[in-house]
Design a protein around this ligand. Structure first.
Ligand code: ADP
Ligand code: GLC
Length: 488
């Protein structure tokens, strides 16, 4: 199939979270299955254009704002063609979505309407007859509506079907109605079953109601978002959608495997698991923690956002510090949390260390050097770090939600092949109790601990399998559209 895959971030070029990992790995896996897939993203100015080839200029109609001319670049992402939309006014900035104070850029609506429209224009420019338009999250969720309102009459999109992948329901792209005339989708689309929500524009809502099929990134999250608790106000629209599926994310094992990891001091596998201790020592040295091989290290890597359970961690930290453990934290985001985790590390330097910021290298070193990985999310569409942890023989402690529930099998006597520890309540007591249980297993039931490591390291979450499911999803989108357009 001819697939146009559009995302706001792609690992290797620009990344703030798991969306980037998926946008890099899934297209490669689809290409391997024989599909003709083209990826489109912005050229943020952190991406060096020396590595890319210019395809010249292209006009993008921006309705009431007029016509904007951008430059298009092409790159090679492991055999997949990736196109970059270069428009300085929108993408010539240091960060992807927020300013230096962490506030969302005031023109994010225009920026991503521009990306969405530029993707259609790009297909025309490169003579690409599109069968599947694959949009991701709110940034490109307007593409199904753009197709219906503007592009479906064009020969390149006459037979296009649309797929929207929801990586996160929390972020929906809510803006003023100004963008309706910029997007040129017509005021008739400003209804409660399309763009409108409480008098504002909600881009994700439009994607949910207008795309041929929708999926999210784990089976459990696909069910959860139909409830008021996880639907962020759009649950009734999701309950109304029949074609809503859950496809678990995979792992790019070329990037995330202790056997080949280029960032860690010593590569290891299940057969040479004792070498993990070398990575542990390296991590302790790096973070100035006592280099004791017999004390369990608990790692955390992630955005400092409520989603990730950072309030729970901060409330639990005093009780955790009483345990015979070391804690290593890597993350950035909410300012209070940045302050909290850097202060506490200064006060208890032999027990807890933190790096506030973003570092690929440290993320890999923490996965490899820790014994336990903490992921107490309040909600988690899929979650990748717990899956990476399994591959690195680092036992995940997770809250049983979304993809965390789908990927982690609890260490209890009823569970076949357990690979980690799970808790259910979003409470400090549940978190602390489960950490104590994992730590007790480390000290007093090492055989049990090692079985979990073994089970986890044997688990495979290959993208090849998930990509085949996306292939089916694309077929459903095509059939649906065909059925709907069949005349009696
Ligand atoms: P989310 O997309 O919700 O942030 P995921 O678990 O799906 O959560 O993916 C997070 C990805 O971002 C992982 O690859 C993780 O290693 C990476 N990541 C998150 N925070 C940091 C950080 N501070 N430094 C380096 N990598 C990070
Ligand atoms: C989102 C979710 C995360 C998921 C990622 C990739 O950022 O928060 O759970 O793994 O997207 O799909």
């Amino acid at each position: 199939m001819n697939i146009l895959f559009v995302a706001s971030e792609v690992a290797g070029y620009a990344k703030s979270g798991g969306l980037a990992d998926v946008s890099s790995a899934l297209p490669k896996a689809l290409k391997k299955l024989g599909h003709n897939i083209k990826v489109v993203m912005p050229r943020y100015y952190s991406i060096d254009k020396k590595e890319l080839k210019s395809l010249g200029e292209m006009a993008v109609p921006m309705g009431s704002l007029g016509e904007f001319w951008c430059e298009v670049f092409i790159g090679n992402m492991g055999g997949v063609e990736i196109y970059f939309i270069d428009y300085e006014l929108y993408f010539g900035r240091a960060n992807l979505y927020t300013d230096s104070k962490g506030l969302a850029y005031g023109d994010n609506d225009e920026r991503f309407i521009f990306l969405s429209k530029a993707s259609f224009e790009l297909a025309k420019k490169i003579d690409f007859i599109v069968e599947i338009i694959h949009a991701n999250d709110w940034h490109t969720a307007i593409m199904p509506l753009l197709l219906k309102a503007k592009y479906q009459y064009n020969k390149y999109f006459k037979n296009s079907s649309t797929v929207l992948t929801i990586h996160n329901m929390q972020h929906q792209g809510k803006f003023t109605t100004k963008i309706i005339d910029i997007a040129e989708v017509g005021w008739e689309s400003f209804t409660s079953d399309n763009l409108e929500e409480f008098g504002m524009v909600n881009l994700l809502k439009s994607g949910i109601t207008q795309s041929d099929v929708i999926n999210t990134v784990s089976p459990t999250y696909a069910k959860e978002i139909k409830t008021a608790q996880f639907g962020w106000g759009l649950d009734s629209y999701l309950r109304g959608r029949e074609l809503l599926f859950g496809i678990l994310n995979g792992v790019d094992y070329r990037e995330w495997s202790p056997k080949e990891d280029k960032y860690i001091v010593k590569n290891y596998s299940l057969e040479t698991i004792e070498d993990k201790l070398i990575c542990k020592k390296d991590l302790q040295k790096l973070f100035n923690l006592p280099t004791n091989p017999n004390i369990p290290i608990i790692g955390f890597v992630g955005r400092f956002a409520t989603q990730k359970g950072i309030e729970l961690i901060s409330q639990s930290i005093w009780e955790l510090l009483e345990l015979d453990i070391q804690i290593v934290i890597l993350g950035s985001g909410e300012k209070w949390a940045e302050g909290f985790f850097s202060d506490i590390a200064k006060r208890y330097p032999t027990k807890i260390a933190s790096f506030i910021g973003y570092s690929e290298e440290l993320a890999h070193k923490i996965e490899a050097g820790s014994d336990i990985f903490l992921m107490p999310s309040l909600f988690e569409p899929c979650g990748l770090n717990q899956i990476y942890s399994l591959a690195y023989g680092t036992l995940p402690i997770v809250r049983a939600v979304g993809g965390l529930d789908d990927t982690i099998r609890n260490f209890d006597k009823y569970t076949k092949s357990p690979n980690g520890f799970k808790f259910y309540d979003a409470s400090k007591d549940a978190l602390v109790g489960t950490v104590k249980w994992a730590v007790d297993t480390y000290y007093n039931n090492r055989d049990g601990f090692n079985i979990l490591i073994k089970n986890g390291m044997k688990d495979r979450f290959d993208w090849d399998i998930s990509a085949k499911k996306y292939e089916k999803l694309y077929k459903v989108a095509v059939y649906k559209k065909e059925l709907e357009s069949d005349k009696l």
